[in-house]
Design a protein around this ligand. Structure first.
Ligand code: AMP
Length: 195
């Protein structure tokens, strides 16, 4: 199972990714988490990434692509994976395509978490109060949402055209959203079996 969770910042991708990956026994690979770990450890990659992250900008594709290709080459990703937060640009889509073609196929399913802008802003402001993430200030939140709309939202249409997209309402309790994802994925698997 090769999966991607896509949606605006604050839609709950990180939380849901862990739950879904657990259910399918595959690793959840979050580029945001990998960047944050590098920032905390003060690695050269972390030093480069921090500047972009703190501004709500995307880390350049070359840095991001190298990081993901390296992660996907690790043995635990061989039987499948759930990507959280990658790809976020068209160039990243093409890099992932090339990588997956080399290993026999593309993503099996892309789950879009759908949430209104006002809702995600409120959630991110709450997370700012609870966790104090350096990119959760109001200005940076607005910037991150703009960047998502400009650069990442168009990928939803790309995956819809490929016939791998399922959309899930991300508003509501965490457990309810997880159940919606499971039933959307279950439906897909059954349909694939029936074909
Ligand atoms: P996230 O935790 O997914 O919200 O990511 C936090 C930040 O990490 C983003 O705002 C970007 O600065 C950076 N980042 C994470 N994933 C990517 C990506 N695929 N491409 C570029 N930058 C990324």
């Amino acid at each position: 199972m090769r999966m991607l969770l896509i949606g605006p910042p604050g839609a709950g991708k990180g939380t849901q990714a862990v739950r879904v990956a657990d259910r399918y026994g595959i690793p959840a690979i979050s580029t945001g988490d990998i960047f944050r770990a590098n920032v905390t450890q003060g690695t050269p990659l972390g030093l480069q990434a921090k500047d972009y992250m703190d501004r709500g900008a995307y880390v350049p594709d070359d840095l991001t692509n190298a990081l993901v290709l390296d992660r996907l080459a690790q043995s635990d990703a061989g039987a499948g994976f759930l990507l959280d937060g990658f790809p976020r640009t068209l160039a990243q889509v093409y890099t992932l395509d090339e990588c997956l073609e080399a290993s026999d196929g593309g993503l099996d399913v892309v789950v879009q978490l759908v949430a209104e802008q006002d809702e995600v802003v409120q959630r991110l402001l709450k997370r700012a109060r609870d966790q104090g993430r350096s990119d959760d200030t109001e200005d940076v939140i607005r910037r991150r949402l703009e960047v998502y709309q400009e650069q990442t939202h168009p990928l939803v249409a790309v995956y819809a055209e490929r016939g791998v997209l399922v959309s899930v309402d991300a508003i509501g309790e965490v457990g309810h959203v997880t159940e919606r994802i499971f039933s959307a994925l279950g439906g897909r698997v059954q349909r694939a079996d029936a074909e």
